[in-house]
Design a protein around this ligand. Structure first.
Ligand code: SF4
Length: 308
């Protein structure tokens, strides 16, 4: 089902797995085992980030996963990634205060109906799990989101994240070139996921000085009572570099820009989460699609030709 081909990174921080599925070395997935040693490690919070598709059809400009797309993963193939990480650690996820599974690695979860089945089975297998679904909000997936909403209440907590990246619609389309819901529909669906006392649906932005993040515009569509905002630096990837995006994550000004944007958003009433990974994570290559892309580049260099 899942054959691990490589594992890189640092145990106790972030380890990225590269694996093939269906016995075919051309069908590659990557998944991540992560925790924060400064915040109590796996005892406090254990995060597994899984792929939901083989590559991704959305082809975001900053993401290596979008460089090729070979279809959906099955529910069993998604769950096998979680099981593999759990087995490698030899411990029961119930021993962690928070065991999170993020559907946020390669692939757009809302384009794969198997994700819904995987969520259901995940709950059966790991009852205390907290899932997090990160999506660009593809168009024409209203039924998928209403089924997801039905599943939400089976979990003690559940996180929905919309990747927005720009408050300018044309720029948003350039950065994430796939048909998507407009602000109104996104806000309606996101609002339905809000539960008092639990984490609000989050609007995700990779912050870069050239991309519009207008707090006033955002607050017009997304009421800060129901939505939080999550800011991350723009991480260095091959796709970002090929598309001429600034290497904001490495720029000394990145932290200042994040703080400035966080301040503007807070003043508009948003809860703001600023998430800056350990710099070692960039060295590990723990950004979306990087493990697969690096493997393919290595294969090409050795003259075996890139797997298609
Ligand atoms: S960021 Fe997500 S949706 Fe965009 S190409 Fe990468 S995996 Fe796909």
């Amino acid at each position: 089902m899942l054959t691990v081909m490589d594992k890189t990174g640092r145990h106790g921080l972030a380890e990225v797995y590269l694996a093939s599925v269906r016995g075919d070395p051309n069908l590659l997935v990557e998944f991540v085992d992560a925790c924060d040693p400064d915040l109590g490690g796996r005892d406090q919070k254990w995060v597994v980030i899984v792929s939901t598709q083989l590559g991704c059809p959305v082809n975001c400009q900053m993401c290596d996963a979008g460089r090729r797309f070979q279809g959906n993963l099955s529910d069993a193939e998604i769950l096998a990634q979680v099981d593999r990480v759990v087995a490698a650690n030899g411990r029961d996820p119930a021993s962690s205060a928070k065991f999170k599974v993020q559907f946020a690695r390669m692939g757009e979860p809302a384009l794969n109906s198997e994700v819904l089945r995987a969520l259901w089975r995940l709950k059966e297998r790991y009852p205390g799990v907290i899932p997090c679904v990160a999506t660009v909000g593809p168009a024409d997936r209203r039924r998928w989101f209403s089924t997801l909403l039905g599943l939400r209440d089976y979990f003690r907590d559940f996180q929905l994240q919309f990747s927005i990246n720009s408050t300018d619609p044309a720029q948003r389309d350039r950065l994430m070139p796939y048909p998507k819901m407009d602000w109104r529909e996104l806000a309606l669906i996101g609002r339905s996921f809000y539960r008092p006392g639990l984490r609000k649906p989050a609007l995700n932005f990779a912050v870069c000085g050239e991309w519009e993040l207008d707090a006033a515009k955002l607050a017009r569509w997304f009421d800060p009572r129901w939505f939080a905002v999550k800011l991350t630096p723009l991480n260095p990837t091959a796709a970002a570099s090929d598309n001429g995006l600034p290497d904001a994550g490495c720029a000394p000004a990145a932290g200042i820009l994040l703080e400035a944007k966080a301040g503007e958003l807070s003043r508009r009433g948003f809860d703001v989460i600023v998430s800056v990974g350990d710099p070692a994570e960039n060295e590990i290559g723990s950004n979306c699609g990087q493990a697969v892309w690096r493997h393919l580049a290595g294969v090409a260099r050795q003259g075996r030709g890139p797997a298609q």
